[in-house]
Design a protein around this ligand. Structure first.
Ligand code: KG4
Ligand code: ZN
Length: 340
């Protein structure tokens, strides 16, 4: 176990369409800078080739700004943590190559981090809020993943259930795209749903085994309904946007919460957390708090800035590894697919 007074970790995230760098001093964030890529909006989704080019453009200024805001010199860094995977290979290569080269130049460890584990470990970034106690349950919901995890310690994650097809974020994004709403659709649906009727439309909830999820049937169900109604009324989308958003969101949140509640029942674990981009969703956040109150759970939701992809979560994951003296090698390569 490595414990010195001052551990400074630079965390670099580049797995999808956000280039982000953060500096962590012990458990606290000194800086967390993200450059998002607006270029994908007009395509209604992330275009991998454009994403990696944008990472190349952003990585140096983003890291420079994070270091400047943190107010430390590069030679004070203890280690550099970077996202090794899973994610888009071209995007991962930009962050991982940069991190390894810089670490090598500074003769400090480069620490490869698992993106989804980092989303979970974001709960341990020191803020005013309490962190969950091990073991805890974490439902990780993002644009690429939907999982219910049992987290026994910072290095031990067991998948209790996961999506068999689309991720929850994808269901939001694809439905929004079908309504010609901007990308990413999740935050837009969330905003529209606030003034919509969640019971206006009913969508089927696909049944799958155990604690797993399936969202692709819901997406098809949504598209078919909109298609059918558009033939009767050309203005259907515009007139029903808020109700469609609210009904879809209610269905997704109910599906997520049903399995999470079952997982808590089966494991007897009462510390229950959310992670990943979709945990920014206001209805899901409220549902977790409400269900937690009914069931006597302690509930944990990361601060907003640590929900979507960010360098801070990579830095905190690297901090756990650094203290446990787990470092990677400069030969480690980015990995588009990487199991828990
Ligand atoms: O974790 P994240 O930033 O990137 C991935 O690793 O995928 O998650 C992005 C996903 C997108 O699908 C986006 O639409 C969704 O998170 N998202 C939301 C909200 N904010 C972001 N979904 C629903 N409601 C939100 N408020
Ligand atoms: Zn993510």
């Amino acid at each position: 176990m490595r414990d010195s007074d001052d551990i400074f970790i630079l965390g670099i995230e580049s797995s999808c369409d956000d280039t982000s760098a953060a500096v962590l001093h012990n458990g606290k964030i000194l800086a967390n800078i993200t450059a998002s890529q607006a270029i994908h909006e007009k395509y209604g989704g992330v275009v991998p080739e454009l994403a990696s080019r944008a990472h190349q453009k952003h990585i140096v200024p983003v890291v420079d700004r994070a270091m400047a805001e943190a107010g430390i010199a590069k030679n004070q860094l203890s280690a550099i943590a970077y996202t090794k995977g899973p994610g888009l290979l071209g995007s991962l290569l930009v962050g991982s190559s940069f991190a390894k080269t810089l670490a090598q130049g500074l003769s400090i460890p480069a620490i490869p981090v698992h993106h989804m584990k980092a989303h979970v470990l974001a709960h341990f970034i020191e803020t005013d809020a309490a962190s969950p106690k091990f073991p805890f349950l974490c439902m990780t919901v993002s644009g690429g993943h939907t999982q219910i995890l049992k987290v026994s310690d910072p290095f031990t994650f067991e998948i209790l259930g996961e999506t068999l097809d689309d991720a929850a974020g994808e269901a939001f994004d694809k439905a929004a795209k079908y309504l010609n709403l901007p990308y990413p659709g999740g935050p837009v649906i969330d905003r529209l749903a606030k003034t919509g009727d969640p019971n206006a439309f009913s969508f089927t909830k696909p049944k799958v085994e155990g604690l797993n999820f399936s969202f692709s049937g819901l997406k098809t169900n949504f598209i078919n309904l909109v298609n059918r109604e558009r033939q009767k009324n050309h203005n259907f989308d515009k007139e029903n946007q808020n109700d469609l958003a609210a009904s879809l969101q209610r269905t997704i949140v109910e599906m997520l919460m049903a399995n999470l509640t079952e997982a808590a029942l089966q494991t007897g674990i009462n510390d229950v957390a959310l992670a990943g981009g979709v945990s920014a969703n206001s209805e899901l956040r409220n549902a977790l708090i409400e269900t937690g109150r009914e069931n006597g759970w302690q509930t944990f939701i990361p601060p907003f800035e640590f929900c979507t992809d960010n360098g801070a979560m990579i830095a905190i994951a690297g901090y756990f590894d650094y203290r446990a003296e787990k470092a990677g090698s400069f030969d480690d390569s980015a990995q588009a697919r990487w199991g828990m």
